[in-house]
Write a protein that binds this ligand. Structure first.
Ligand code: AMP
Length: 385
């Protein structure tokens, strides 16, 4: 037993200053930690509740090392951090999850090849580096399929759906990157995700070294997550299988921290991994209000080498994202919204509301998931949806 836990009073560093970091910082502050944030933009959602905010580009290695020298452990809330920055940081800081986890998860090609090589179920795919290879991939996979960028893609950005009548010359030109990933289009019955937490093994008989959150069933609008519900209205066998696959991936990747795994469930009941994220996940926001331990507290416990908490679901819940579109006619009517029973509002402190930008979310808790859905529908009416 060589590792020592990083105890309350220590400083945790967060790369990225978005809403995921903000909720992590809230959990950390509550438990008596100090928080330093690194984000290119000042007054970031995480920075607003941090002790210190460093504003510089992720290419600014000098500032990055300065940030690292002032913290006891570094974690992150988004994965698009340049590898160069991670390589510079790793010798000088405890980075959790580690550099290699991020290296795999930040690139769709590496992620898919890792999953395939290790026998995890993935959506059929091809890597392409030219228009000719794209043509061959479309022939192999059939239509519809989708061409995605390998790097820096999220919320459907950098994706082009391909049908029988698509002009592949135009699609390849528009793609504009040297390589891409073509995926078969999955006519899924549902999308679900699972967040796993994996800590630091302090002694061999430790019980709480890994914990898996209850899966959520997710619905997207325009490629952006709209709602997540828990408990997932799915067969127990599917839930268990999703949790097992997610845990096995976390072990294989040697994650210390969180790993979110997104799945497609096919109409035949098969699970296919869509994406990995080694950080808190939007679909796990429900845990802040509805679980005995939230994904954010769990991230803190895991990266600090503390025993993990109980991720048990305490109440059925519907989580809904609030996008910037809702601000088109000014500030939404929060007072009416907050009259609804069991509704918990989270706003991220972003000053500019752009269409598609995640500004906040709410969770509706109710002993009945059906009733929670009804209250969510009432909330949508109040918001003019
Ligand atoms: P991604 O950014 O790859 O997670 O894609 C965002 C969303 O687009 C997913 O959550 C799905 O709703 C949809 N999508 C992406 N890829 C596929 C696919 N191969 N088959 C069906 N739907 C997809």
């Amino acid at each position: 037993m060589t590792e020592k836990p990083i105890l309350p009073g220590s400083v945790v560093g967060c790369l990225g200053g978005g809403q995921l970091g903000r909720m992590f910082a809230l959990a950390a502050r509550r438990m008596g930690y100090r928080v330093h944030t690194f984000d290119p933009m000042p007054d970031s959602p995480t920075g607003q509740i941090s002790d210190r905010e460093y504003n510089a580009s992720f290419d600014d290695i000098e500032t990055l090392l300065d940030f690292a020298s002032g913290v006891d452990v570094v974690t992150y809330e988004f994965e698009n951090i340049p590898v160069r920055a991670l390589d510079a940081l790793s010798p000088h800081a405890i980075l959790r999850p580690g550099r290699n986890v991020l290296y795999v998860a930040q690139n769709r090609r590496r992620e898919k090849e890792f999953l395939q090589t290790n026998g995890f179920p993935v959506v059929p795919f091809r890597i392409v580096a030219s228009e000719d290879e794209l043509r061959q991939a479309v022939l192999d996979l059939g239509c519809p399929c989708v061409l995605k960028t390998a790097d820096f893609g999220y919320d459907g950005k950098g994706q082009q759906k391909i049908g029988y009548d698509s002009d592949l010359t135009v699609i390849w030109r528009r793609h504009g990157a040297p390589t891409g990933v073509v995926e078969a289009w999955v006519p899924f019955a549902a999308e679900l995700s699972v967040v796993v937490a994996r800590g630091v093994l302090m002694n061999e008989d430790e019980q709480n070294f890994m914990q898996v959150f209850p899966p959520t069933v997710n619905e997207h609008e325009n490629h952006i997550l709209a709602t997540s519900v828990a408990p997932a209205p799915l067969a127990d066998s599917i839930i268990l299988r999703a949790q097992t696959i997610a845990s096995d991936i976390a072990v294989k990747l040697d994650v210390i921290g969180l790993l979110a795994v997104e799945f497609f469930l096919t109409s035949r009941g098969h699970l296919l991994v869509n994406e990995l994220a080694p950080r808190p996940h939007n679909s796990g926001h429900y845990s802040f209000d509805a679980c005995a331990t939230s994904q954010f507290e769990q991230q803190l416990r895991a990266v600090c080498g503390l025993p993990l908490g109980d991720p048990r679901l305490l109440s059925p819940v519907v989580m809904r994202n609030l996008l910037g579109d809702l601000w088109a006619n000014g500030e939404p009517d929060w007072s009416s919204l907050l009259e609804l029973p069991g509704l918990r509002l989270h706003l991220y402190g972003k000053s500019e509301a752009r269409p598609g930008r995640k500004m906040g979310h709410y969770c509706v808790l109710n002993p009945s998931l059906d009733r929670a859905r009804e209250i969510d529908a009432e909330a949508q009416k109040i918001l003019g949806r």
